[in-house]
Design a protein around this ligand. Structure first.
Ligand SMILES: [Fe+2]
Ligand SMILES: [Fe+2]
Length: 274
Protein backbone atom coordinates (compact mmCIF):
# COMPACT_ATOMS: atom_id res chain seq x y z
CA UNK A 1 0.00 0.00 0.00
CA UNK A 2 1.53 3.30 -1.02
CA UNK A 3 0.59 6.98 -1.02
CA UNK A 4 -2.55 8.36 0.67
CA UNK A 5 -3.65 5.06 2.17
CA UNK A 6 -0.35 4.10 3.85
CA UNK A 7 -1.43 5.39 7.27
CA UNK A 8 -3.92 2.59 7.76
CA UNK A 9 -1.14 0.03 7.97
CA UNK A 10 0.85 1.65 10.77
CA UNK A 11 1.18 -0.25 14.04
CA UNK A 12 -2.23 0.58 15.43
CA UNK A 13 -4.12 -0.90 12.49
CA UNK A 14 -7.68 -1.95 13.26
CA UNK A 15 -10.97 -2.52 11.47
CA UNK A 16 -12.34 0.91 12.45
CA UNK A 17 -9.38 2.53 10.67
CA UNK A 18 -9.98 0.34 7.65
CA UNK A 19 -13.63 1.46 7.55
CA UNK A 20 -12.54 5.09 7.80
CA UNK A 21 -10.20 4.49 4.89
CA UNK A 22 -12.93 2.79 2.86
CA UNK A 23 -15.35 5.67 3.48
CA UNK A 24 -12.65 8.14 2.38
CA UNK A 25 -12.30 6.06 -0.76
CA UNK A 26 -16.09 6.30 -1.28
CA UNK A 27 -15.84 10.11 -1.12
CA UNK A 28 -12.94 10.02 -3.53
CA UNK A 29 -14.76 7.81 -5.99
CA UNK A 30 -17.79 10.09 -5.67
CA UNK A 31 -19.92 10.04 -8.73
CA UNK A 32 -17.77 7.59 -10.66
CA UNK A 33 -18.78 4.21 -9.26
CA UNK A 34 -16.28 1.45 -9.83
CA UNK A 35 -15.51 -1.96 -8.38
CA UNK A 36 -12.38 -1.77 -6.29
CA UNK A 37 -9.91 -4.62 -6.29
CA UNK A 38 -7.73 -4.66 -3.16
CA UNK A 39 -4.45 -6.55 -3.19
CA UNK A 40 -2.74 -7.19 0.16
CA UNK A 41 0.83 -8.26 0.68
CA UNK A 42 0.56 -10.97 3.34
CA UNK A 43 4.25 -10.61 4.18
CA UNK A 44 3.59 -7.22 5.81
CA UNK A 45 0.21 -7.81 7.49
CA UNK A 46 -0.47 -10.37 10.17
CA UNK A 47 -3.30 -12.93 10.40
CA UNK A 48 -5.44 -10.75 12.70
CA UNK A 49 -5.30 -7.87 10.21
CA UNK A 50 -6.07 -10.22 7.36
CA UNK A 51 -9.20 -11.55 9.09
CA UNK A 52 -10.42 -8.03 9.82
CA UNK A 53 -9.82 -6.96 6.22
CA UNK A 54 -11.45 -10.11 4.92
CA UNK A 55 -14.71 -9.25 6.71
CA UNK A 56 -14.99 -6.06 4.63
CA UNK A 57 -14.90 -7.62 1.17
CA UNK A 58 -17.78 -9.52 -0.47
CA UNK A 59 -15.62 -11.43 -2.98
CA UNK A 60 -12.13 -12.95 -3.00
CA UNK A 61 -10.02 -13.58 -6.09
CA UNK A 62 -8.94 -17.15 -5.57
CA UNK A 63 -6.45 -18.60 -8.12
CA UNK A 64 -8.30 -17.58 -11.26
CA UNK A 65 -11.84 -16.59 -10.33
CA UNK A 66 -13.84 -14.52 -7.87
CA UNK A 67 -15.48 -16.52 -5.09
CA UNK A 68 -17.88 -15.29 -2.40
CA UNK A 69 -16.23 -14.41 0.89
CA UNK A 70 -18.25 -16.20 3.57
CA UNK A 71 -16.69 -14.05 6.31
CA UNK A 72 -18.39 -11.07 4.73
CA UNK A 73 -21.77 -12.77 4.45
CA UNK A 74 -21.95 -14.06 7.98
CA UNK A 75 -24.81 -12.20 9.55
CA UNK A 76 -24.29 -9.19 11.72
CA UNK A 77 -27.29 -9.41 14.00
CA UNK A 78 -27.63 -12.15 16.57
CA UNK A 79 -30.32 -10.44 18.58
CA UNK A 80 -33.86 -11.34 17.67
CA UNK A 81 -36.73 -9.53 19.30
CA UNK A 82 -39.93 -11.56 19.22
CA UNK A 83 -42.32 -9.10 20.86
CA UNK A 84 -45.35 -7.85 18.93
CA UNK A 85 -43.87 -4.33 19.00
CA UNK A 86 -40.70 -5.56 17.30
CA UNK A 87 -42.66 -7.49 14.68
CA UNK A 88 -44.73 -4.40 13.93
CA UNK A 89 -41.55 -2.38 13.66
CA UNK A 90 -39.99 -4.89 11.23
CA UNK A 91 -43.11 -5.03 9.08
CA UNK A 92 -43.62 -1.25 9.23
CA UNK A 93 -40.04 -0.60 8.12
CA UNK A 94 -40.39 -3.10 5.29
CA UNK A 95 -43.74 -1.68 4.17
CA UNK A 96 -42.34 1.85 4.09
CA UNK A 97 -39.36 0.73 1.99
CA UNK A 98 -41.53 -1.30 -0.38
CA UNK A 99 -43.89 1.64 -0.80
CA UNK A 100 -40.98 3.82 -2.00
CA UNK A 101 -40.04 1.02 -4.35
CA UNK A 102 -43.62 0.74 -5.65
CA UNK A 103 -43.70 4.46 -6.42
CA UNK A 104 -40.86 3.93 -8.92
CA UNK A 105 -43.28 1.65 -10.76
CA UNK A 106 -41.27 -1.53 -11.26
CA UNK A 107 -44.24 -3.87 -11.40
CA UNK A 108 -47.83 -3.42 -12.52
CA UNK A 109 -49.07 -5.93 -9.95
CA UNK A 110 -48.13 -5.85 -6.26
CA UNK A 111 -45.24 -8.30 -6.70
CA UNK A 112 -43.66 -7.58 -3.30
CA UNK A 113 -46.89 -8.18 -1.42
CA UNK A 114 -47.54 -11.36 -3.43
CA UNK A 115 -44.10 -12.74 -2.63
CA UNK A 116 -44.51 -11.78 1.02
CA UNK A 117 -47.89 -13.54 1.34
CA UNK A 118 -46.87 -16.66 -0.57
CA UNK A 119 -43.51 -17.08 1.21
CA UNK A 120 -45.29 -16.72 4.54
CA UNK A 121 -47.95 -19.31 3.53
CA UNK A 122 -45.29 -21.82 2.33
CA UNK A 123 -43.29 -21.46 5.57
CA UNK A 124 -46.43 -22.04 7.62
CA UNK A 125 -47.28 -25.11 5.56
CA UNK A 126 -43.77 -26.40 6.37
CA UNK A 127 -44.35 -25.68 10.08
CA UNK A 128 -41.63 -23.03 10.08
CA UNK A 129 -43.70 -20.65 12.15
CA UNK A 130 -41.06 -18.11 13.18
CA UNK A 131 -39.60 -18.09 9.68
CA UNK A 132 -43.09 -17.40 8.27
CA UNK A 133 -43.14 -14.01 10.03
CA UNK A 134 -39.59 -13.24 8.92
CA UNK A 135 -40.34 -14.11 5.29
CA UNK A 136 -43.46 -11.98 5.36
CA UNK A 137 -41.12 -9.04 6.03
CA UNK A 138 -38.39 -10.26 3.63
CA UNK A 139 -40.91 -10.69 0.79
CA UNK A 140 -41.99 -7.04 1.06
CA UNK A 141 -38.45 -5.82 0.41
CA UNK A 142 -36.80 -8.71 -1.46
CA UNK A 143 -36.26 -6.60 -4.62
CA UNK A 144 -35.32 -3.37 -2.83
CA UNK A 145 -31.83 -3.63 -4.42
CA UNK A 146 -33.46 -2.92 -7.81
CA UNK A 147 -33.52 0.74 -6.74
CA UNK A 148 -30.09 1.07 -8.35
CA UNK A 149 -31.35 0.00 -11.76
CA UNK A 150 -31.79 2.66 -14.45
CA UNK A 151 -35.41 3.64 -15.11
CA UNK A 152 -34.90 2.96 -18.84
CA UNK A 153 -34.28 -0.69 -18.05
CA UNK A 154 -37.66 -1.03 -16.36
CA UNK A 155 -40.17 -2.55 -18.69
CA UNK A 156 -37.64 -2.71 -21.52
CA UNK A 157 -38.78 -5.30 -24.08
CA UNK A 158 -36.34 -7.93 -25.35
CA UNK A 159 -32.90 -8.91 -24.16
CA UNK A 160 -30.91 -6.74 -21.76
CA UNK A 161 -27.43 -5.52 -22.71
CA UNK A 162 -24.52 -7.25 -20.92
CA UNK A 163 -23.94 -4.44 -18.42
CA UNK A 164 -27.69 -4.20 -17.76
CA UNK A 165 -27.91 -7.87 -16.87
CA UNK A 166 -24.81 -7.50 -14.64
CA UNK A 167 -26.59 -4.69 -12.79
CA UNK A 168 -29.74 -6.76 -12.52
CA UNK A 169 -27.78 -9.71 -11.15
CA UNK A 170 -26.41 -7.53 -8.37
CA UNK A 171 -29.80 -6.54 -6.96
CA UNK A 172 -29.93 -9.28 -4.28
CA UNK A 173 -26.48 -8.20 -3.07
CA UNK A 174 -27.46 -4.52 -3.05
CA UNK A 175 -30.68 -5.44 -1.21
CA UNK A 176 -28.64 -7.41 1.34
CA UNK A 177 -26.33 -4.44 1.92
CA UNK A 178 -29.31 -2.12 2.46
CA UNK A 179 -31.29 -4.45 4.69
CA UNK A 180 -28.21 -5.34 6.78
CA UNK A 181 -28.31 -1.79 8.12
CA UNK A 182 -31.58 -2.50 9.95
CA UNK A 183 -31.39 -4.88 12.93
CA UNK A 184 -33.92 -7.30 11.43
CA UNK A 185 -33.77 -10.96 12.52
CA UNK A 186 -30.95 -12.83 10.75
CA UNK A 187 -32.92 -14.86 8.17
CA UNK A 188 -34.39 -11.72 6.55
CA UNK A 189 -31.18 -10.30 5.03
CA UNK A 190 -29.99 -13.81 4.20
CA UNK A 191 -33.19 -14.76 2.34
CA UNK A 192 -33.01 -11.48 0.38
CA UNK A 193 -29.41 -12.21 -0.60
CA UNK A 194 -30.39 -15.71 -1.75
CA UNK A 195 -33.74 -15.18 -3.48
CA UNK A 196 -32.31 -15.82 -6.98
CA UNK A 197 -30.00 -18.69 -6.02
CA UNK A 198 -30.73 -22.13 -7.53
CA UNK A 199 -29.96 -25.57 -6.03
CA UNK A 200 -27.67 -26.54 -8.95
CA UNK A 201 -25.51 -23.42 -8.48
CA UNK A 202 -26.81 -21.67 -11.61
CA UNK A 203 -28.40 -18.78 -9.69
CA UNK A 204 -27.01 -15.42 -8.64
CA UNK A 205 -25.34 -13.42 -7.10
CA UNK A 206 -23.17 -16.01 -5.33
CA UNK A 207 -23.93 -19.22 -7.26
CA UNK A 208 -24.62 -21.09 -4.01
CA UNK A 209 -25.53 -24.78 -4.23
CA UNK A 210 -27.93 -27.10 -2.34
CA UNK A 211 -27.78 -26.61 1.40
CA UNK A 212 -25.46 -23.62 1.11
CA UNK A 213 -28.78 -21.83 0.54
CA UNK A 214 -30.79 -21.22 3.72
CA UNK A 215 -34.32 -22.56 4.03
CA UNK A 216 -35.57 -18.95 4.01
CA UNK A 217 -33.71 -18.36 0.72
CA UNK A 218 -35.18 -21.53 -0.81
CA UNK A 219 -38.73 -20.53 0.14
CA UNK A 220 -38.32 -16.94 -1.04
CA UNK A 221 -36.92 -18.19 -4.39
CA UNK A 222 -40.03 -20.31 -5.04
CA UNK A 223 -42.44 -17.57 -3.91
CA UNK A 224 -40.59 -15.05 -6.12
CA UNK A 225 -40.66 -17.17 -9.28
CA UNK A 226 -44.31 -18.18 -8.86
CA UNK A 227 -45.34 -14.56 -8.35
CA UNK A 228 -43.20 -13.25 -11.25
CA UNK A 229 -44.36 -15.93 -13.72
CA UNK A 230 -48.02 -15.50 -12.80
CA UNK A 231 -48.16 -11.98 -14.19
CA UNK A 232 -47.47 -10.38 -17.54
CA UNK A 233 -43.97 -9.10 -18.26
CA UNK A 234 -43.09 -7.22 -21.41
CA UNK A 235 -40.13 -9.54 -22.19
CA UNK A 236 -42.09 -12.85 -22.27
CA UNK A 237 -45.40 -14.25 -23.59
CA UNK A 238 -46.21 -17.19 -21.37
CA UNK A 239 -47.63 -16.36 -17.97
CA UNK A 240 -50.29 -17.31 -15.43
CA UNK A 241 -50.43 -19.22 -12.15
CA UNK A 242 -50.68 -22.58 -13.95
CA UNK A 243 -47.56 -21.85 -16.03
CA UNK A 244 -45.73 -20.84 -12.85
CA UNK A 245 -46.73 -23.95 -10.88
CA UNK A 246 -45.78 -26.24 -13.79
CA UNK A 247 -42.38 -24.56 -13.91
CA UNK A 248 -41.56 -25.12 -10.22
CA UNK A 249 -42.83 -28.73 -10.41
CA UNK A 250 -40.71 -29.41 -13.51
CA UNK A 251 -37.59 -27.88 -11.96
CA UNK A 252 -37.99 -29.31 -8.42
CA UNK A 253 -34.67 -30.73 -7.18
CA UNK A 254 -32.72 -29.06 -10.02
CA UNK A 255 -33.49 -25.40 -9.25
CA UNK A 256 -35.96 -25.50 -6.38
CA UNK A 257 -36.13 -27.44 -3.12
CA UNK A 258 -38.71 -30.22 -3.58
CA UNK A 259 -40.15 -29.86 -0.03
CA UNK A 260 -40.68 -26.15 -0.68
CA UNK A 261 -42.26 -26.89 -4.08
CA UNK A 262 -44.58 -29.50 -2.47
CA UNK A 263 -45.66 -27.01 0.22
CA UNK A 264 -46.24 -24.29 -2.40
CA UNK A 265 -48.42 -26.58 -4.58
CA UNK A 266 -50.41 -27.53 -1.49
CA UNK A 267 -51.03 -23.87 -0.64
CA UNK A 268 -52.60 -23.35 -4.11
CA UNK A 269 -54.58 -26.62 -3.91
CA UNK A 270 -56.03 -25.37 -0.64
CA UNK A 271 -57.14 -22.07 -2.16
CA UNK A 272 -54.19 -19.64 -1.98
CA UNK A 273 -54.69 -16.79 -4.47
CA UNK A 274 -52.73 -13.71 -5.45
FE1 LIG B 1 -35.33 -10.27 -7.34
FE1 LIG C 1 -38.90 -10.25 -7.24
Amino acid sequence: MVGEGSWIFDESFNAAKMLEYESKMDEFIGENPLDACCIYDTSVINKRMLLQISGLHPFIFDTDSFTPNYDYFKDTYGHVCESDECRQLYMGTATMASEMFRIRGFYTEDHCKNVSRLACAIARKMNEIRLAGELETAGMIHDIGMMTIFSEMIGKPGKLAWFESQLLHEHPLVGYELVKKVPFPRPIAKAILEHHERLDGSGYPLGLKGDEISIGGKILAVAEVVSAMSFYRIYRDDYGVEVALNEIEKEADRFYDSDVVGACLKCFEEGFEF
